[in-house]
Structures are given as structure tokens and as C-alpha cells.
Write a protein that binds this ligand. Sequence first.
Ligand SMILES: [Fe+2]
Length: 236
Amino acid sequence: MRKKLKFGGRKVEPDVRMLYDMEEVVYDKDWLKGAENVPLYFMYRDLYKQGDEKRIKERGLRYDITVIPPKMLGKEYVKTKGHFHETAKNMTYPELYGVLEGSAHYLLQKGRGEEAERTVLVKAEKGDKVIIPPGYGHITINPTSEKLKMANWVFRNFDSVYGPIVEKGGAAWFETDEGFKRNDNYSKVPELEVFKASENDQFEGEIYSLIEDPGKLDFLSSPEQNKKVFEDLEFF
Ligand SMILES: [Fe+2]
């Protein structure tokens, strides 16, 4: 199951997220009791094509691909574990996603304490791009019966912060075969605001090619100097 990915002439091994790495954040605990510890998704990190490594690293960037095969976790659609990002000056680092195959639901939430202050779902199809703006934790859901393959650009020098979502037993919402269910471990969860990714499209082409014009990725390393990128998002 540790399938290598060929990228830029190299074969890359994934980091594998196993079901038991996710047990705190799975909705269907009855199903989990009897479930085997299977691989859920595959993260191919720090990819580059020949000749690009230097300029990617000089800009402090990292390009990754994540593959999430379809699966039901009992009643819930397969998803990533979910995290927040560390803070750059006054804002947390943002992230840029591009869907390469399949469809994704990006669940964004503001507030990493008792209350979820705001919850946003961005629906994305192949070719769509989604910016995770500063201040939002995020999880990715594959709500389909097809494989989801997605790419991301992100600033390479911060750690992801998993604690707040793990402590709450997941993000503020769970996407299940009976629709979205509120996570009652939060004292307050506002209505889920739903958007389509195409309405937020600020970039053309597949996101790897942005390294040809790397100034367009400066918002990832210096969000406070590039606020316009986020202000232009319909949902921000
Ligand atoms: Fe992230």
C-alpha cells in the first residue's frame, strides 16, 4: 500500500496516515471499535522537478501531493486529521491547494478554543484552487467514491498544530452519509457556510507551475505583506 509517486524523475515514498493515528477525530466510534488499522492517505512531501529545488527552497516553500482514496469511516467520509498552522508575526501561515484528480471538500474553521467562531466549506473539483487563509484550521474530506489527489504549496518552516482539533475530537463538523453533523465537543458551532472553489480562483493553471512566477507565492511566506490575496477571497 506504500505506493511510490513518480515526480520530477524521482520515485518518492509517502508518509502514510493510518486509521489509528486518527482515532480521536473519527465520528463513528462504534465502527472504530471493530476497525483494523488500515492506511487512509498518503503524503508525498517536498517534491520538485529538476532545476527547481534551489528556487523553491530559497523562497522557503514546499510543494506536496496528498492522495486520499475513497473510504467510509463507518458513517463518515474519509478525511485528513486536520490542523492549524503556526503564526507568522500576527497571522498564521496560509496554504494553497490545487485539486489534481477527483473532488474535495475543504472544511475551514476559525477559533481553536472552546468555540468554533466560523465554519466554511469550500467544494472543489479537479483544476480548482483553494486558499486556506490566515487564522483558519483546515481538514480535507473526500466525499466521493473516486480517488482524490491534491497538491499544496506552503511555507516550509513551520510546524502544523494538531492539538486543538484532536482535543475536540475532530473539526467542528463531520461529513457523514446522513449529511453534516455538528461536533458537540465545541460549546458553539455556527452554521456551515458553503462556497464553490471556482468563485475563489485567483490563479491559472496547475499550481506547481506557479514556481515559474514565484512572486505569486510570496503570500505563503509573508502573509502580513500580502493581505490583498486574502481580502479578494469571497468567504474571507
Ligand atoms: Fe495545512
